[in-house]
Every structure is written in structure tokens, then in C-alpha cells.
Design a protein around this ligand. Structure first.
Ligand code: SF4
Length: 259
């Protein structure tokens, strides 16, 4: 039996969609990095929902932020992607490898391998090191499934917008503020007539609200506003058969039914 470390609900869904055989795993939700406690509960609740949808056994809820405090104290000022993240991933995988060994699992793995923000090579390096140390197999690979295949399973499921720890939360807030300011200024400058479209940032925007004919202009404004989806309520011939509007810097989903 494989012991599968679960970092979050969306990555679990991606993992079992991409690697069907991992559905047979026992799940282990160990993420002492998640801050604050309410966020941990939201992510656990999201996990409960996807376990129901996918008929997987819900792992125990067990939050132990004290396990992460040394890492936070030593590397809390680093940017995401540095030593803090290496230590954080190793902490979670070490606990998984240790538990896998003690319960007689033949292997261990992690849904972190489905995260588009994580390096598969780095996770594999850590996993292989622990595999040698604990004399147990580490299952690696690319667990990132196509987003279209996940949509139904993730409908109504909370998706976090930062990695997990306090510094990553602060960094995400800072980046969002910088991006909002930059895009708002571009909208004012390039599309003064359309400043009200800013209200659709992060929300579904109907095609009929964007009074622009040229597809190139449509792409430019979508890249600035960044809606969650473009609702093609006018059956624009330029959008026919497309599922995505690729702008170069931002890919926007095209929907034909109101969600
Ligand atoms: S950014 Fe993510 S991986 Fe890095 S330390 Fe924080 S929670 Fe862990």
C-alpha cells in the first residue's frame, strides 16, 4: 500500500485524475505550515468535499503548527522558493516517510507533485533522499492533470490563493496589490471608456459588456481586467470552438452557459 501525503484538495484531485492507481493509497494530511488555524480548517473542509466527490477516505484532521515554528523562525524573511520551502517540503515528506515505514506501507508519495507552483525536480530530490534513509520507495512524477478534467470535481470547492505559511500569505497580498495597481492604471490609460469593467476582475464577464469588435482589443482588455471567465453570451464568431482566450500573459476560460 502507498501512503499519499495530501497538501490540499485541488492537488489531491489532480493527482488521482492523472494517476488513477494512486486512488488506492492511504491519505495523510500533514501540513503544519498552514497559517492561520481558520485557513487550515477551510482547506480541510475542502478536502472533505473532494473526498466525498471522489469516494476517497477522508484522512484525519491534525494540525500541529508548532512543528513548523523552527523553520518559520529561521527562514521567515525569505521569499517563496528558497530554503524555507525546501525545509517545509522535507518536514512534510519526512513525517510521511516515517509513518509509511511504521505502518508497513511499501511506498510513499505526495500531492505536492501536482502543484504548478512547486518544482517536481526539487520534490523528487527530497523524496528520493528520504526513500534511501527510510528504505522505502518514493513514487514521483508529474501529477498535474489538465484543468478541464478537474473542473467538475472542483466545483464549489475552496481554492487557496497562497501557498500556506504566514510569509507566503503576506507575499501573495503584496503581489496582488502591486498587480492590481498596475492593471488599474493600464485600464485607465488604454481603455478609459471601459473603466467600469474593473468590477469584473476575478469574476465572470459577459462578452456583451465589452463593446469591442477586434479580437486583438478583446484580448488586451481581458489581459488587463483578468476576469475568472469570459461568458460568450452573444455567440461571438471569433470565439467559436475556443475554450480559452489566450492573451499571451493571461489565459481566460470561455464559457457558454452561465455558471
Ligand atoms: S511558501 Fe509554501 S512551501 Fe514555502 S515554506 Fe511557505 S508553505 Fe512551505
Amino acid at each position: 500500500m502507498n501512503l499519499l501525503h495530501v497538501c490540499c484538495a485541488p492537488d489531491l484531485v489532480s493527482t488521482v485524475v492523472k494517476r488513477e492507481e494512486l486512488r488506492q493509497s492511504e491519505l495523510f494530511f500533514y501540513n503544519p505550515n498552514i497559517f492561520p488555524g481558520e485557513e487550515f480548517l477551510r482547506r480541510y473542509d475542502a478536502l472533505r468535499k473532494v473526498c466525498e466527490k471522489t469516494a476517497l477516505d477522508l484522512p484525519e484532521q491534525n494540525h500541529s503548527p508548532e512543528d513548523f515554528s523552527d523553520i518559520l523562525d529561521s527562514f521567515g524573511t525569505e521569499n517563496e522558493g528558497g530554503t524555507r520551502c525546501t525545509k517545509c517540503i522535507e518536514l512534510r515528506l519526512r513525517k510521511t516517510a516515517c509513518l509509511a515505514k511504521s505502518i508497513g506501507s511499501s511506498s510513499f508519495s505526495t500531492t505536492l507533485l501536482a502543484s504548478p507552483r512547486k518544482s517536481i525536480a526539487q520534490i523528487t530530490l527530497i523524496g528520493d533522499k528520504l526513500a534511501a534513509e527510510f528504505d522505502i520507495e518514493f513514487i514521483s512524477g508529474n501529477f498535474r492533470a489538465e484543468r478541464d478534467k478537474l473542473r467538475d470535481l472542483l466545483k464549489g470547492v475552496y481554492r487557496q490563493n497562497y501557498c500556506g505559511c504566514l510569509p507566503s500569505k503576506n507575499e501573495a497580498i503584496r503581489n496582488r496589490e502591486i498587480n492590481d495597481l498596475r492593471d488599474r492604471e493600464r485600464l485607465d490609460k488604454d481603455f478609459k471608456r471601459f473603466v467600469d469593467l474593473w468590477n469584473f476582475r476575478g469574476n465572470v464577464i459577459p462578452r456583451s459588456r465589452i463593446h469591442l469588435e477586434e479580437i486583438s482589443d478583446l484580448k488586451r482588455i481581458i489581459a488587463i481586467v483578468k476576469p475568472s471567465a469570459l461568458f460568450d453570451d452573444i455567440r461571438d464568431a471569433e470565439l467559436e470552438d475556443r475554450r480559452w482566450l489566450k492573451t499571451g500573459s493571461y489565459n481566460c476560460r470561455i464559457i457558454r452557459e452561465k455558471e
